[in-house]
Design a protein around this ligand. Structure first.
Ligand code: PEP
Ligand code: MG
Length: 944
């Protein structure tokens, strides 16, 4: 068997590893090897593989046999390449020892720099560089790092300072110095001795002078750091398996602090904030890496290097182009210039804003670097929010947060940035907004009564409620910015004041909310409107004038090319529906009719219907609503012009519509010409302890069929009228909260009866469907029975999540955060479908429904319909469509395309695997066939 290889050398334009070997060499090691292979100037070094880490932990922190020999041989190669010797007092080689796991874990594990320095090599290095200050500074930094990382001299408790920093600060204080760079060679020399004494004092051990001992100490420390608390916590957070282990990279040191012809910097091959295709970075001359990030000196923009050293700048610029093209991905690089020579120390995929991610992906397709498929797989659908929604001025926001103006954090329920005056009730919101100032409606929670105030507001902020609370879902539907469930707010409506984070804010004060992050910030922040909206919705910009819009449009076109799912929208007003069409919606998946009940004077009719004791009274009242509802539906049908429209019959518990305030109750009694007491009695009788599981959904239409009758008539009459105008109409009438097939059967009969009457009256025929929401576990489990009565299913995952978990969608926020903090749940099940539970019910329901009707139309209209992971689940379950709020339509389009592409990639991988297995089998068969058959002993041919 071939001997196992543990060490991989890189240097002199040739590496034993490649960029593909991330699992064995870690990200850093693989990229160092790759940079060497593409002939970039990289200081030589070697990588100890992740397999050693695995071995180390499986064998009681011992190394595999043969490792030591390989490390010694690799050091020799580095020595040869650098023409230096490890531990040589005259010409010493110094190395760095760094961790490097498969996935980047920034700052979680340990690093040792300047390794190889001791009292003897220090002298050689001074002779060589003629720069004693630099050498002693490097030496004291090395002892400090080694003492911390390898010998464990860390602060003993949270209240302790770092022991080395303490000595350093004392030194500066004694000599009345402010910055580290003011320390003289003598001071640094003293520090070296004082650091060593501190090590001896605390550990009883001497600082090791032998470079080999230093090296093995550091290798061990890096492997040990794989299991430090920080690394374990980080892995848990980002789902990185412990079994991956870390590699260790040992590399010749180069110095950016060897004088004015040396320097160091970090750069991105493209602008990480805007995505612009331009070299972006900063550097410092005569400095080490940590000086660039520490903020003690202000780094210079990369362009200024051209004036300082044009040759190096040119080389660096060429390397930037080479890396960008080679990796076909924006890179984040570190470099050092040592005495006029450039060295590349690291490259990796650069972190970027969502805005930049899309810009870069589209540019790279246009530049022929990547395919459309690759671009779509690189764009996280949520990143589109940064193209669609207003955003804060980043500098102002940073300043505000640093200036202690961050008040609290809630749920990021409606993305985007909004700034306005605080108002605590809906009617004040309407009034203040009329005056011209933007407002933020701030409520404990919202209810349907607040609709007009929500409409008038720039943003909505609530203290209670989750991702599917009224505030959250209505805000998303309206395209409003919303932070919900911000538990730190203590709102006093009467005082029109809010207490938060030790501060008091009053109505009229300015506040800013970030619905993408959930942050609530005191005071005013400037916002920038989205160019895409200016083109698509406001018409204030032309497509050809907006580069951002053109990029958005490209992504949308590509997404539509690959997606199989149709995308519909949840909308209950023609203007919302029209916006959604502009975003690419192909129908309405949910029109919540109850939202219409608060428009105009409708609420009076609704209340009269609810408060009537008799069938006749109810029927009279509800029939007053018929013309208004008919107009609402006609408006929607006209707006959707031929696209299917799913309209749901009344769903919420009736008490949501009844008046609560005395003056409204009295007004209702007067209107109905009944005693106030009678109205109050009726209100009391409607009270329910658990209304979300009470008299709502189809249960309303079953007990009060006149409601379903009126709504079905309004829908179908509107459809007949609009059809006569020449508009194509495709109504789909949807019955909510069905748990038993007989419920649907009952409601179906009501609708069918009304349909016959209406068609006769209008003397026309009409295509329409009757279907149901699947939002109760029983509905999913008996979907084959329910399908007998349904022409379509639409998963109401808000209620399905609520009823599957037994969680209240409005109150669960109170303790769900505790669940995430303690890893009981990973994410909000009201935002992303819980695949194992709710997702499984969706699978069962779909399978059962289609077992009876193979072509049954199936969609989703819960808030999850706009969540990228949930959209991909719907693709996998072979749904026909997802329906989401208008502003999430573009996100759903991209998510649907990614679902289809992921499927394609998986099929490709499965085929490749099949081919590989077949080839393997064939090779074994060939080998068998080519082997001469051994003659059995004693059965030679001769005997025959
Ligand atoms: C649902 O339950 O998922 C749904 C869409 O209905 P609503 O949110 O109106 O209850
Ligand atoms: Mg529901």
């Amino acid at each position: 068997m071939a001997k196992k290889k543990y060490v991989y050398y890189f240097g002199d334009a040739k590496a034993e590893g490649t960029g593909e070997m991330k699992s064995l060499l870690g990200g850093k090691g693989a990229n160092l090897a790759e940079m060497v292979n593409i002939k970039l100037p990289v200081p030589p070094g070697f990588t100890i593989s992740t397999e050693v880490c695995t071995y180390y932990y499986e064998h009681g922190r011992k190394y595999p046999r043969g490792l030591e020999k390989e490390v010694v041989a690799a050091i020799k190669k580095v020595e040869k390449s650098m023409k230096m010797k490890f531990g040589d007092p005259k010409n010493p080689l110094l190395v760095s020892v760094r961790s490097g796991a498969r996935a980047s874990m920034p700052g979680m594990m340990d690093t040792v720099l300047n390794l190889g320095l001791n009292d003897a090599t220090v002298k050689g290095l001074i002779e060589k560089t003629d720069n004693p200050r630099f050498v002693y500074d490097s030496y004291r930094r090395f002892i400090q790092m080694y003492g911390d990382v390898v010998m464990g001299l860390k602060p003993e408790s949270h209240d302790d300072t770092d022991p080395f920093e303490e000595i350093l600060e004392r030194k500066k204080w004694t000599h009345n110095l402010k910055n580290d760079n003011e320390l003289t060679t003598e001071h640094l020399k003293e520090l070296v001795q004082e650091f060593k004494a501190e090590i001896k004092n605390r550990t009883g051990k001497d600082f090791p002078e032998d470079p080999m001992e230093q090296l093995w100490g550091s290798i061990g420390a890096v492997f040990n750091s794989w299991m430090n608390e920080r690394a374990i916590a980080y892995r848990r957070m980002y789902n990185i398996p412990q079994s991956w282990g870390t590699a260790v990279n040992i590399q010749a040191m180069v110095f950016g602090n060897m004088g004015e012809d040396s320097g160091t910097g970090v750069a991105f091959t493209r602008d990480p904030a805007t995505g612009e295709n331009k070299f972006y970075g900063e550097f410092l001359m005569n400095a080490q890496g940590e000086d660039v990030v520490a903020g003690t000196r202000t780094p210079l923009p990369i362009e200024e290097l051209e004036a300082i050293n044009p040759k190096v700048y040119k080389e660096l610029f060429q390397i930037r182009n080479k890396l960008d093209r080679h990796y076909r991905e924006m890179q984040d690089v570190e470099f050092t210039i040592q005495e006029g020579k450039l060295y590349m120390l690291q490259t990796r995929a650069g972190k970027r804003t969502g805005f930049a991610a899309i810009q870069i992906a589209v540019d790279m397709v246009n530049e022929g670097l990547i395919t459309k498929e690759e671009a779509l797989m690189r764009i996280e659908p949520e990143q589109l929010n940064q193209f669609l929604r207003p955003i804060f001025d980043m500098d102002q926001k940073r300043e505000a947060v640093e200036g202690d103006r961050l008040l609290a954090k809630g749920l990021n329920a409606g993305p985007g940035a909004a700034c306005g005056r605080i108002v605590f009730n809906a009617s004040d919101a309407v009034e203040v907004a009329k005056g011209g100032d933007p407002v933020i409606l701030t409520r404990v929670e919202t209810s349907p009564e607040d609709i007009k105030g929500m409409e008038a507001s720039q943003g909505i902020l609530t203290a209670r409620g989750g991702m599917t609370s009224h505030a959250a879902l209505v805000a998303r539907q309206m395209g409003k910015i919303c932070v919900a469930g911000c538990g730190a707010l203590e709102i006093n409506y009467r005082e029109r004041k809010m207490y938060v984070n030790g501060k008091t804010l009053e109505q009229g004060d300015w506040i800013s909310i970030d619905g993408s992050t959930g942050e609530v910030i005191e005071g005013k922040l400037d916002t920038r409107p989205s160019e895409v909206l200016q083109v698509l919705l406001d018409g204030t910009m032309k497509p050809e004038d907006s580069d951002v819009y053109q990029k958005y449009e490209s992504v949308m076109k590509w997404a539509d090319q690959y997606r199989r799912l149709k995308i519909r929208t949840n909308a209950d007003q023609p203007d919302q529906a029209l916006n959604a069409i502009k975003f690419g919606a192909e129908g309405i998946g949910l029109c919540r009719t109850e939202h219409m009940f608060f428009g105009g004077e409708r609420i009076v009719g609704v209340r009269e219907m609810i408060l009537s004791d008799t069938l006749e009274g109810r029927r009279n009242a509800i029939m007053k609503l018929l013309p208004m509802q008919r107009e609402d539906f006609a408006g929607i049908f006209r707006a959707m012009d031929g696209f299917p429209v799913t309209i749901r019959t009344l769903d919420p518990p009736l008490h949501e519509f009844i008046p609560h305030e005395e003056k409204d109750i009295v007004a209702m009694a007067e209107y109905m010409k009944v005693p106030v007491e009678q109205v109050k009695r009726r209100i009391a009788s409607l009270h329910e302890f658990n209304p979300m599981l009470g008299h709502r959904g189809c249960r309303l239409g079953i007990v009060y069929p006149e409601i379903t009758e009126m709504q079905a008539r309004a829908i179908l009459e509107a459809a007949c009228e609009v059809k006569k105008e020449g508009v194509d109409v495709l109504p789909e009438i949807m019955i909510p909260l069905v748990g038993h097939k007989n419920e649907l059967k009952h409601q179906r009969e009501v609708v069918d009866r009304v349909a016959k009457e209406v068609m006769k009256e209008y003397d026309t025929s009409l295509d329409f469907l009757i279907g149901t929401m699947i939002e109760l576990p029983r509905a999913a489990l008996t979907a084959d029975q329910i399908a007998e009565e349904a022409e379509f299913f639409s998963y109401g995952t808000n209620d399905l999540t609520q009823t599957t978990f037994g969680l209240s969608r409005d109150d669960a926020g109170n303790f769900l955060q505790h669940y995430y903090d303690h890893s009981i749940l990973e994410s909000d099940p009201f935002a992303t479908v819980d695949i194992d539970g709710v997702g499984e019910l969706m699978r069962i329901g779909t399978e059962k429904g289609r077992s009876l009707k193979p072509k049954l139309k199936i969609g989703i209209c819960g808030e999850h319909g706009g969540d990228p992971n949930s959209v991909e689940l719907c693709h996998r379950l072979d749904f026909d469509y997802v329906s989401c709020s208008p502003f999430r339509v573009p996100i759903a389009r991209v998510a649907a395309a990614r679902g289809a592409l992921r499927e394609k990639l998986a099929e490709k991988a499965a085929k490749a695997e099949k081919r590989k297995q077949a080839a393997k089998k064939a090779a074994v068969a060939r080998k068998k066939a080519s082997k001469p058959k051994k003659a059995k002993k004693g059965t030679s041919g001769r005997k025959k």
